[in-house]
Write a protein that binds this ligand. Sequence first.
Ligand SMILES: Cc1cc2nc3c(=O)[nH]c(=O)nc-3n(C[C@H](O)[C@H](O)[C@H](O)COP(=O)(O)O)c2cc1C
Length: 188
Amino acid sequence: MGKISAGRNVFMYPMPVTLLGTLVDGKPDFMTLGWVTRVNANPPTIGCGVGRHHHSVRGIEENRTFSINFPSADLLAETDYCGLVSGKDKDKAPLFEVYYGELETAPMIAECPLSLECRLELTIENPTNNFYIGEIIASFTEEQYLTGDMPDIKKINPLLLTMPDNRYWTVGNFAGDAWSTGKTLKKK
Ligand SMILES: Cc1cc2nc3c(=O)[nH]c(=O)nc-3n(C[C@H](O)[C@H](O)[C@H](O)COP(=O)(O)O)c2cc1C
């Protein structure tokens, strides 16, 4: 078969690039977050892997709330900056127009086409990162990013990430319908 090892430091292909929003000592902080995934269908929960030394950790643990914001590709520089600089050293909030939903302590970014407001449900402590699982309490988008009543990936134009080469990408081509195309292989 000709298989060789790609090592153990292998990542998901690709990862969504998001901005984790927290309120630390009453001030909004935004941290770039690639390790994020849906965890449960109903209630809808989302999980994120956050290094324990990050400033954002304080906000999540203080308020038990956070937001997940999906930047478009045109926010690439701001998004990368939020992953290079800590809220311990710099106030990152002035980069964005900040707004709040019903949780009041999960700051969200008006420039992002899609934002999720989450309430912390469970923390799993890993050797270097905490995995925070939060219930999605509300989502915020705009008419211009929808097709019908659904967020449209082409209109949102999200940023994607590959690691360990550390590169950003945008979405490619539609390849086929899920839960559908495989039916052609089902035995009659
Ligand atoms: C593209 C990118 C993705 C990142 N993804 C994560 C991640 O999933 N988890 C994490 O803990 N840090 C991640 N980081 C690093 C943090 O965003 C970075 O350390 C940030 O400065 C922490 O900010 P804070 O101290 O204000 O919380 C990422 C950085 C970049 C540039």
